[in-house]
Write a protein that binds this ligand. Structure first.
Ligand code: SAH
Ligand code: SF4
Ligand code: F3S
Length: 481
């Protein structure tokens, strides 16, 4: 997925779990033992404005929606421009080195714009990973807060406004912090809903288990109640989120598994489309395919990242499956009655990746015929075991392989999409491009379709669109009226 939407500590797990952080000398001891109930007593932010910028995966985007909701609930007002804001928040990602570097350069820009008087807060995965080191590298930052502590933000802010200098909140979330009724969803068409946080896998390249902690599933009753509330708010498309969404295990008394939950969410009156990301191949079952086949509201798209097509590399990545085991799951999907689209993530140039390992990935692309692949150069990350593995691949070679793979996949997608010319899809209209007099939307299989229509006011409607042209990344067509 693209850097802007896709998205995911050494001793930090312990720090985060206890919620008690050692602070730079001279800082007030203000992170200790906060109680969520005390939020009610803090000074509200009436008259104060805030700006928030988000980087990272859908989970981060959704976390920002929670942050916005909590702050607005306390009277703070969101503004679009940095210069208009009293408070500046940056919700960060640390999945690759580039993402992390970007944070510090952006923080420098914030300082330039904001001057001394504004409160600058760093949230999200880099905050969780780097903790107090952020204060060291960017001393103008006064708040470092992991994504799971967003409920405490008003309280932290009240303390800063009362003269506190630096605050750090690195608690991991609990059932109560998973979602909040205050969440201010940005996207009017697709509602994100976290059902499982953290990750219990330990892929050797990945920071997520360090930044988001161990796996925690939400209670199914709470998930279903939220889905009903979202329908009442007008949503018909729900996207269930989790780094390993299909590892879901109900923490409530009903003990639903992922497939049970999918079926129940899809059965809520008013729900037309249910999506879910990201599925881990190891927990991917035939029952998921069966549920999609039997339930029109479950979208026929599965994001099933393979990471590499080479078994020895998968082993070194600690992905817990072989190439053949992965391909067996693809065969289940291909055997479905509905044409389920499949997308993937691939890491290029993992330590020790030979030319023939890389070719195994290309041959896997040939075999699977993915509908989309998000490929990234391997980036060594702090606290991960792959970081100290021998046989690093030079950056130039990674980039060469990346370009080869992208071109390879582009041809596959062009050929797949060309075959769709003449077919008709149900498209959920979510964009208007006035300059070219077109509308945009997605099919249930998550293909982007741009189309013309003789009608007006189509946003939020499900429409029949006939495909007339295709490219590697999208389709064009005409609304059938
Ligand atoms: N939980 C998901 C992936 C989350 S991270 C899964 O298990 O598939 C999103 C993607 O970022 C990953 O699929 C991987 O392709 C990429 N990624 C993660 N760590 C990376 C690293 N150190 N270098 C390059 N890409 C990485
Ligand atoms: Fe990272 Fe692996 Fe967990 Fe995905 S499954 S979040 S890649 S550790
Ligand atoms: Fe997402 Fe980046 Fe964190 S991908 S989980 S925001 S490290």
């Amino acid at each position: 997925m693209s850097e802007s939407i896709h998205v995911p500590l050494e001793s930090l797990i312990a720090t985060a779990a206890s919620g008690i952080s050692s602070l730079p000398a001279g800082a007030p001891d203000s992170t200790r033992s906060f109680d969520a109930t005390s939020i009610a007593t803090v000074t509200p932010g009436a008259g104060k404005s805030f700006y928030i910028e988000t980087f990272g995966c859908q989970m981060n985007v959704h976390d920002s929606e929670k942050v916005v909701g909590v702050l607005e609930g306390r009277g703070y007002q969101q503004v679009e421009k940095l210069v208009d804001a009293d408070l500046i928040f940056y919700n960060t990602c640390s999945i690759r080195e580039k993402a992390a570097q970007k944070v510090f350069s952006r923080l420098g820009e914030f300082r330039g714009t904001a001057g001394e008087s504004k409160i600058i807060g760093v949230l999200g995965c880099l905050a969780q990973q780097e903790g107090e080191d952020i204060f060291e590298r960017a001393p103008w930052v006064s708040l470092v807060c992991g994504s799971a502590s967003y409920r405490k933000l008003p309280e932290f802010l009240a303390q800063l406004e009362a003269g506190g200098r630096r605050i750090m909140g690195l608690d991991l979330d609990t059932e109560e912090t998973f979602e909040t009724d205050l969440t201010r969803r940005d996207n009017p068409f697709r509602a994100y809903l976290t059902i499982i946080e953290g990750c219990d896998y330990a892929c050797s390249y990945c920071v997520v288990p360090h930044t988001r902690g161990p796996e925690r599933s939400r209670r199914s009753e709470a998930v279903l109640a939220e889905v009903r509330r979202l329908v009442d708010l007008g949503y018909s498309e729900i996207q269930l989120l989790g780094q390993t969404v299909n590892s879901y295990r109900d923490s409530g008394p009903r003990k639903l598994n992922f497939v049970d939950l999918l079926r129940e969410v899809a059965a809520v009156n008013g729900v037309r489309r249910v999506r879910f990301t990201t599925s881990h191949p190891n927990d991917f079952t035939r029952e998921i395919v069966q549920a999609i086949d039997e339930t029109p509201a479950l979208c026929d798209h599965i994001h099933l990242p393979v990471q590499s097509g080479s078994t020895p590399i998968l082993k070194a990545m600690l992905r817990t499956y072989t190439r053949d085991e992965y391909l067996e799951k693809i065969d289940w999907i291909r055997a479905a009655r509905r044409p389920i689209s499949v997308t993937s993530d691939v890491i290029i140039g993992f330590p020790g990746e030979t030319e023939s390992n890389f070719e195994a990935t290309l041959s896997l692309l040939d075999r699977v015929h993915y509908d989309g692949v998000y490929a990234f150069n391997y980036s060594p990350r702090p606290n991960t075991t792959a970081r100290s593995m021998p046989d690093a691949i030079p950056e130039t070679e990674k980039s060469r392989r990346l370009a080869v793979l992208n071109e390879y996949q582009r041809k596959i997608q062009s050929a797949t999409n060309e075959k769709l010319i003449g077919s008709t899809f149900e498209v959920f209209a979510d964009s208007r491009y006035a300059a070219r007099n077109q509308w945009g939307g997605r099919t249930t299989c998550n293909r982007v379709v741009n189309f013309t229509s003789p009608r007006e006011n189509l946003l939020g409607q499900y429409l029949q669109v006939k495909v007339t042209r295709s490219g590697p990344g999208s389709l064009s067509g005409e609304h059938l009226v």
